[in-house]
Design a protein around this ligand. Sequence first.
Ligand code: GLU
Ligand code: MG
Length: 436
Amino acid sequence: MDSAERDQRFDRATGLVDRLDAEGVRVVALTWVDNSGITRTKSVPLRRLAHAAAHGVGASPVFDVFLFDDWIIQGRFAGGPVGDLRLHPDLDRLTVLAGQPGWAWAPADRHFQSGVPYPMDQRLQARRAVQRLAERGLGAQAGFEIEWCVGKAHTDDWVPATSGSAYGHARQVELSDYCVDLLAALDRQGVEVLQFHPEYAAGQFEVSTAPEDLVGAADTAVLVKETVRAVTLKHGMRPSFSPKVVNGGVGNGGHLHVSLWRDGTNLFDGFQEEAKQFSAGVLHHLRALCAIGCPSLASYLRLVPHTWSAPFAAWGEENRETALRLIRDNLEIKCFDLTANPYLLVAGVVAAGLDGIATEAALPDGLHVDPALLDGVPRLPASLGEAVDEFEKDTVLTEAFGQELAGTIADVRRGEIERYRDASPQGVANLIRWRY
Ligand code: GLU
Ligand code: MG
């Protein structure tokens, strides 16, 4: 970022301030998502937005080694008290927050003080993935399904805030105003919702959003979660996005839908050769990708058969138990959950998919039955430790992220494993329930 770009950012933000002020905005939250999948933030008063856009806001690189519980480790490539980065808000995505009156939000990219992009910044990794696709004449669209459970407030225990049945309209009647306020807030924020419904688990709901470019889809995942949080709290309840709110129940997924485009054509329409190769690449790297897409200890409480978390490393047309479910015009990756950093996740999926295209990977036969009924269908990792081992062996993924970021992701995962080595499954569910 040179001084001309800083000036341009300053002027652009200055031009936005009067409108934001008229809309009642007083504070702008700049967020990034750390390697453990927690959205972290620094905020500026509206009058400092232009300065922040041009010069950024200070943030220590130590955030790269934060665990989900805010414990800080010393990583091999990151950690320690020295150094500073600058958070630069992306003005293209600046959004007035309908669920938090007085606030606006912008996702931030992290740069060094010199303006040079910080290579371990997760959102810049997603941008780089878009570039890698473009270099091959390709584009991608994506969208996350956001699932969460609504619990009673004033307790850390899990007490669902509605008793309505799975997919039961009763749940939407009991929480009628809540549902409307949430959808209205998303609409005011320009989030295009495709569908909303009560999900299977107690107190669970889901929102799915329209496909967007990859960075936009990851930004939307952050925005939708934080909007759900704001509106849920305002209605006197608590949201949990944890993969397993209670051990043994059905969990919260964060399914990712991806389509691949060339010259304005969706290659998943008719499942064209490059879409098959892309899918084969994702499948080939899927066990390693779990370290990114199923990155928490609770993720592995979720990845069990017959809970629609799709814990088998296989694909199938409209198969809800294979991790990859081929749908009419896109690939749904069902095994991922919302403890994932969405920016790292889209970057990882692109690296895997592009490797499939580069090696002309052959897609094995799809499964048309429940994989649990067949012998020998490979499972996804059974633990976070297994996923991290796979990730560290996967040179396609580690090279795509770069040694420092890949190593730091592994360090953070191992830090969480080590810290909670003795926790029971229900203990893990309790620990993570309200963290995401
Ligand atoms: N809640 C399920 C999960 O853990 C997904 C249900 C569905 O198929 O949408 O992923
Ligand atoms: Mg669902």
